[in-house]
Design a protein around this ligand. Structure first.
Ligand code: PMP
Length: 362
């Protein structure tokens, strides 16, 4: 096969080619079982091995401490926006940092179950306000952040140390778009969740990492399949899990380990995003509005100085084998997502195309 185009989708996003090839090779007969993974009982021996290995590899990659459970769930990021408050809010007060579109959506959904307060607000233009300046509620059941805003393109490089600020509420972090790209200080986290379709694997799987003491706080209305304690007690097999997505995620975890783990992914993400921001900042045509202190390494939105050029930019990019660069409809412009499976060569090709496009404008 000729070289595949480079794929900058924000999600569902590029997967490592080696993983896709393995999936193709396994499709009709997984390891001599005579079955595709899609056709196996989730309670059988084969899938049991796949599930246990994926779980162990994820824990190892993210150095998840023993006092946390890792749950393989369904429902995606938006599902967790309801599942988290049903499990953790107790119907009381919850604090949010409003840092962009995904945290806004989370707050709006949580307001169905709890009283939402905004502890801090930023659009990223002046950086993320220091946690010491957040207006934390003394009675908050938890504090929610979106640690990488996929649409706006800003990333929290430091998770707040709430305890040091005199706040006992657990931190909840939506890590959907930067999980597996850096180590996490778990002592600062109560719960983290991530939809799989960016750095983990196919859509359909949602990973939740939750401190054990938070498992049993759900409101009575919480559906059993989304009750963290029930899910944990059943090793994420209370209901049928997204088996195929878990299997592909397991292959991605093995691939990440073979690349050198999360540290190697982080170094690569830094190098790729540095190269793209340098190209943007060094040009007259392109701009990125986010403060350098919190520019995302994963999602790089950029805007052409004249929107009338957007269509021809995208058309030329497509012809050059650079796919899915159109920005989110709510902000317009362009966005390049640089998840783990996007190689450095993709960014080289993109920056070269950007320079050529700019020089053609005369
Ligand atoms: N949170 C973040 C940070 C996201 O990027 C997304 C999806 N792009 C979501 C939540 C929503 O995820 P889903 O579509 O899986 O519900």
């Amino acid at each position: 096969m000729t070289q595949r185009p480079y794929n900058f989708s924000a999600g569902p996003a590029a997967l490592p080619e080696a993983v896709l090839s393995q999936v193709a090779a396994d499709m009709l007969n997984w390891q001599g079982s005579g079955m595709s993974v899609m056709e196996m009982s989730h309670r059988g021996k084969h899938f049991g091995e796949i599930h246990a290995q994926a779980l162990a590899d994820f824990r190892e990659l993210m150095a998840v401490p023993p006092e946390f459970k890792v749950l393989f769930m369904q429902g995606g990021g938006l599902g967790e926006n309801a599942i988290v408050p049903m499990n953790l809010s107790g119907g009381g007060v919850v604090d949010f940092v409003d840092s962009g579109i995904w945290s806004k959506k989370s707050a709006k959904e949580a307001a169905k179950y709890a009283t939402v307060r905004v502890a801090a607000q930023t659009e990223g233009r002046e950086g993320i306000p220091d946690a010491g300046a957040w207006k934390l509620s003394p009675d908050a059941a938890y504090v929610h952040i979106c640690s990488n805003e996929t649409i706006n393109g800003l990333e929290f490089f430091d998770l707040p140390d709430l305890k040091a600020l005199g706040c006992d509420a657990p931190l909840v972090a939506d890590m959907s778009s930067h999980i597996l790209t850096r180590q996490i200080d778990w002592s600062r986290v109560g719960l983290a969740f991530a939809g799989a379709q960016k750095n983990i694997g196919p859509a359909g799987l949602t990973i939740v990492v939750i401190r054990e003491d938070l498992l049993d706080r759900a409101l009575p209305i919480c559906p059993s399949a989304f009750h963290y304690k029930t899910v944990a007690e059943n090793d994420s097999m209370y209901n049928t899990p997204p088996t195929f997505a878990i299997y592909v995620a397991g292959l991605v975890f093995k691939w990440v380990k073979a690349q050198g783990g999360v540290a190697a992914m982080g170094a690569l993400a830094q190098a790729k995003s540095d190269a793209l921001y340098a190209a943007i900042d060094g040009s007259e045509l392109y701009s990125n509005p986010i403060h350098v202190s919190c520019r995302s390494r994963m999602n790089v939105p950029f805007f052409l100085s004249d929107d009338a050029l957007n269509a021809s930019f995208l058309e030329g990019a497509q012809a050059a084998g650079l796919l899915q660069l159109k920005g989110h409809k709510s902000v317009g412009g362009m966005r390049a997502s640089l998840y783990n499976a996007v190689p450095a060569a993709a960014v080289q090709a993109l920056t070269q195309y950007m320079r050529e496009f700019e020089s053609r404008q005369g």
